[in-house]
Write a protein that binds this ligand. Structure first.
Ligand code: PMP
Length: 412
């Protein structure tokens, strides 16, 4: 590849990497930088671009709506928002402990979780009185960066410069039922859980823990909030990730792939929560606007097409087989994490870990492959769900080359 269009001259706050690639357009699973190099994207815009890039029908659905109406505020509503809300309730209800009967639309994953936290506290306050506000989340969870969702995100590096965060949040180890049971007290309003920990190392919620959450939720009247922002809408080969472990959440949050790359999130609640909410308890300016809703209706049409999820499962199986082979080839790949189309390779390069682990993603980029990280030592693969067999195999072949480069540097 010649001169990738890397720039470190951006007008952005220094939150993000100093040196970033500048892309001009995309097609299917490929992104093109402004210098004309192409990259196979096994990260899908961090698990957002389920349909890859350049989907003309998505563009048409949004532009048609943009010509009619872009924004009306939540003082009013529009046909796309009504239809999207009803369809989401319909498809998600079989997953919930109770049917979901109402949705709050927001603009990001963090906001979806903020709303979930607020509704959980609101319900506990109304039904049990003040002081029943505690929220439990899991170690290595990621629920967002706003002050509320960050309060449910345990990673010290994300938190420590912003303290004090919200009081009343505690963290428990994942897949440790006795620890979960010990953490339950009368003041717990809700437990937040990701079916797969997308940012924190791709640990998968197991069946025993899901069962314990279902039981504790029912017996102790504690809401279980499933954060399906990364796992929802097909990423794990199922419409919702909760299905895999049998988790029956009371509240479910969605975002990343929901509007095909436009900002939209959804917090789904059952009647027992919605009955407690009064006008003015929560709100947002843009959430559920007609243009993002039109995009989401198109995305749902595609994901719900007969055969779509079967194809995702087939690709996921191929992905698994190749990753297993890679694990056999490199002894420093110590573990396969995740499931479906959200997979991770745990890397332990021993003495060379600190030097070489951070090189994996840039080496891949220089070879025209985009991959992600999750947690401290996991490489994450989250391809567009529409990737075909040929591109998937090609991408994994490129990944093998990347690992050969790392191996050579390790042995040098
Ligand atoms: N929850 C999960 C599981 C996520 O993966 C993310 C984003 N990586 C968020 C919440 C936060 O979403 P956003 O960045 O849109 O606020």
């Amino acid at each position: 590849m010649s001169n990738p269009s890397l720039t470190n001259d951006t007008p952005f706050v220094r939150n993000y990497a100093r040196e970033v690639l500048q892309f001009s357009h995309g097609r299917d699973v490929w992104l093109y930088d402004t210098a004309g190099n192409r990259y196979l994207d096994l990260g899908a815009g961090i698990a957002v671009n389920a349909l890859g890039y350049g989907d003309r029908r998505l563009a048409r659905a949004v532009s048609r709506q943009m010509k009619r109406l872009v924004h009306v505020s939540n003082l009013y509503t529009t046909p796309p928002a009504l239809e999207l809300g009803r369809r989401l309730l319909d498809i998600a209800s079989p997953v919930g402990r109770e049917p979901f009967t109402a949705v709050h639309f927001g603009n990001s994953g963090s906001e979806a979780n903020e709303a979930a936290i607020k509704y959980a506290r609101l319900k506990a306050f109304t039904e049990k009185g003040p002081g029943h506000h505690r929220i439990l989340a899991f170690e290595n969870a990621f629920h967002g960066r706003t002050m509320g969702s960050l309060s449910a995100t345990p990673k010290e590096a994300y938190r420590k410069k912003f303290e004090p965060l919200l009081p009343g949040f505690d963290f428990i180890p994942i897949n440790d039922v006795p620890a979960l049971e010990r953490a339950i007290t009368d003041d717990v309003a809700a437990i937040m859980v990701e079916p797969v920990q997308g940012e924190g190392g791709l640990e998968v919620l197991n069946r025993d823990t899901a069962e314990a959450l279902n039981r504790i939720g029912a017996e102790r009247k504690i809401l279980v909030i499933a954060d399906e922002i990364q796992t929802g809408l097909g990423r794990l080969g199922t419409l919702f990730g909760s299905t895999l472990s049998g988790l029956k959440p009371d509240i479910l949050t969605l975002s990343k792939p929901l509007a095909g790359g436009l900002p939209l999130s959804a917090t789904l609640v059952p009647a027992s929560v919605n009955d407690q909410v009064e006008v003015g308890d929560h709100g947002t300016t843009f959430g559920g606007g007609p243009a993002t809703s039109a995009a989401a209706l198109y995305i749902l049409d595609r994901i719900l097409e007969p055969g779509f999820l079967n194809r995702v499962q087939e690709r996921a199986q191929e992905l698994q087989e190749v990753l297993e082979r890679l694990r056999g080839r490199y002894d420093w790949i110590t573990e396969l994490r995740g499931t479906g189309m959200l997979r991770g390779l745990r890397i332990d390069l021993g003495d060379a870990q600190e030097r070489l682990f951070p090189e994996i993603i840039p080496v891949a980029r220089n070879q025209g492959l985009l991959i992600l990280r999750s947690g401290a030592d996991v490489i994450r693969i989250a391809p567009p769900l529409v990737i075909d067999r040929r591109d998937l195999q090609r991408g994994l072949g490129m990944l093998d080359n990347v690992f050969q480069t790392i191996n050579a540097r390790r042995n040098a």
